[in-house]
Write a protein that binds this ligand. Structure first.
Ligand code: PGA
Length: 260
């Protein structure tokens, strides 16, 4: 994954039926031909994956699951295994999203078990981290990011770190319309990179891409993608609308070219 293109990932959460997702993916497959300067990844709900993989056939648009279970298989009602995702054409797993952490009480220990399960099976991982509002207000953003990275990646001294993407998503910015300022995002991204360098001094940490997520839309995409340390976006609400999603991709492509 030696790729400097910005990742434009869509987290659809619990929106879109398989049919709606398929239609979106068909349209994106056509538009993606002109947007080769970005890397698209779609995270539909599990029910849509099998269908959507056909819509993305012969395209470079990636597909991923919003969640995985760490076990290969078993009596885990309601859960999805890595091999099920692979059979649906997935190359990616979203792990540790704040809604999984805070609504479904997923712990860092749970997340820690999922990451090697995904990587060992050949899936790339987007690991989501981020502080809550009260943590930012208390000045502990850096400490929260450190604790999450330390616990989620504990004991993983040697692993294919280039297949790990980190999404910095301040919880207070997710779905709220309140976006982090470029200063806040830039500072957090620099902290994430520095923590990774400290945790994995012998690994090629420069290959880890760090995405920003939290109320990204076309109106703020240019300033965010121009912020040092932001390698792409994980987009929730704004990714549900194909025009808005493509607009964000287009802006990211243009701005990244300007940067080079
Ligand atoms: P949002 O969600 O873009 O709607 O804020 C981001 C996310 O949950 O990944």
């Amino acid at each position: 994954m030696n790729d400097n293109r910005p990742i434009i990932a869509a987290n659809w959460k619990m929106y879109k039926t398989p049919q709606e997702g398929y239609r979106f993916a068909r349209q994106l497959a056509i538009k993606a031909l002109n947007l080769t300067g970005v890397e698209f990844i779609l995270f539909p709900s599990a029910t849509g994956l099998f269908h959507i993989k056909d819509a993305l056939k012969d395209t470079s648009v990636g597909l991923g699951g919003q969640n995985i279970h760490s076990a290969g298989e078993g009596a885990f009602t309601g859960e999805t295994s890595v091999s099920m995702l692979l059979a649906c054409g997935c190359r990616w797993a979203l792990i540790g999203h704040s809604e999984r952490r805070h609504i479904f009480h997923e712990t860092d220990a749970d997340i820690h078990a999922k990451i090697p399960a995904a990587l060992d099976a050949g899936l790339n991982v987007i690991l989501c981290i981020g502080e809550r509002l009260e943590e930012r207000q208390a000045g502990s953003t850096g400490a929260v990011l450190r604790q999450q990275l330390q616990d989620d990646l504990a004991g993983m001294e040697s692993f294919p770190i280039e297949r790990l993407v980190v999404a910095y998503e301040p919880v207070w910015a997710i779905g709220t319309g309140v976006v982090a300022t470029t200063e806040q995002a830039g500072e957090a991204h620099a902290q994430v990179r520095a923590i990774l360098l400290e945790l994995f001094p012998d690994l090629p940490v420069e290959k880890v891409r760090i995405l920003y997520g939290g109320s990204v839309k076309s109106a703020n995409a240019a300033q965010l993608i121009n912020t040092a340390g932001i390698d792409g976006f994980l987009i929730g609400g704004a990714s549900l609308d194909i025009d808005e999603y493509e607009k964000i991709a287009e802006i990211s492509q243009i701005e990244t070219k300007v940067k080079l």
